[in-house]
Design a protein around this ligand. Structure first.
Ligand SMILES: [Zn+2]
Length: 270
């Protein structure tokens, strides 16, 4: 599933080919994504110039002169630029044709993604209640400490809650908790300020490293398969249940927390 770093990598990959370009036509072959693609998307977007491409959490905001295309990659979506007229294969549901001779093609085999239109995207119901971006100063350990007081839930689902901070998916939560030495099962409300300061730093570090890794794949957004590199960065615990801890050799344990597999080292994480 595309996580925040892949979505940010997608943004950086497609933006240079979109910004300043005028949309000549939008072709929708299948409207049935997570929500139906609006019937009037072509009418709304055609003829307009794209002024910027932003990201909020895992939503891409393709801003036109008037209005914004809000896109989410869902479980299996991707966006890439191809030559105008390239025949569409299965699952290639949308083409946004540009005057440059390229088109932005949206592919989504599982169709959990989204393509919506909004005149005021930050007030859209999907974006309105999102917490701060993890790589900004609005997110820090003090926020984690304050929001966690009185909370009995485990710390791992707490940091994966989009109202607390956006974009901390299972991989990043798992790796950041390991790096901070915090047992993912620990009650969120019982963790000290000092440990949350450390945890916030590690969350920022693992996300920034994954985005940096994605940077090596930016050329793939034109002509290629549009699949950003799923961070080849070293994983210490994620997906390694039962294997020895890379730091201490203890067998890593796997438990379910908030319906998600959670791997941790019983010796390094307390
Ligand atoms: Zn260990």
């Amino acid at each position: 599933m595309p996580e925040l770093p892949e979505v940010e990598t997608t943004r950086r990959g497609i933006a240079p080919h979109l910004v300043g370009q005028r949309v000549s036509r939008v072709v929708v072959r299948d409207r049935r994504l997570r929500w139906p693609i609006p019937e009037d998307l072509d009418v709304r977007l055609s003829g307009q110039r794209i002024v910027s491409v932003e990201r909020r959490a895992k939503y891409l905001l393709i801003n036109a002169e008037v209005g914004t295309l809000i896109s989410h990659l869902g479980m299996s979506g991707n966006l890439r630029l191809v030559e105008l007229g390239l025949p569409a294969a299965k699952h290639e549901h949308v083409d946004i044709e540009l005057e440059s001779g390229l088109m932005l093609r949206y592919t989504d085999p599982r169709r959990f993604g989204a393509m919506l239109w909004s005149l005021d995207p930050l007030s859209h119901e999907l974006l309105l209640r999102l917490g701060p971006e993890p790589l900004t100063d609005l997110f820090d350990g003090e926020r984690l400490f304050q929001l966690s007081r009185g909370r009995s839930m485990a710390v791992k689902p707490f940091i994966m809650d989009n109202a607390v901070v956006v974009g901390v998916g299972n991989i990043y939560a798992t790796e950041a908790l390991f790096a901070a030495g915090i047992d993912p099962r620990r009650e969120a409300g019982g963790i000290s300020r000092a440990r949350y300061l450390k945890l916030a730093i590690e969350i920022k570090r693992v996300l920034a490293a994954a985005i940096e890794q994605g940077g090596t794949t930016l050329r793939d957004f034109i002509g290629g398969d549009g699949q950003p590199g799923y961070f080849q960065q070293e994983l210490f615990v994620y997906g390694r249940g039962g294997q020895p801890c890379k730091l201490c050799g203890t067998a890593l344990r796997e438990v379910k927390l908030g319906q998600r597999a959670s791997v941790f080292c019983p010796r390094c994480q307390r």
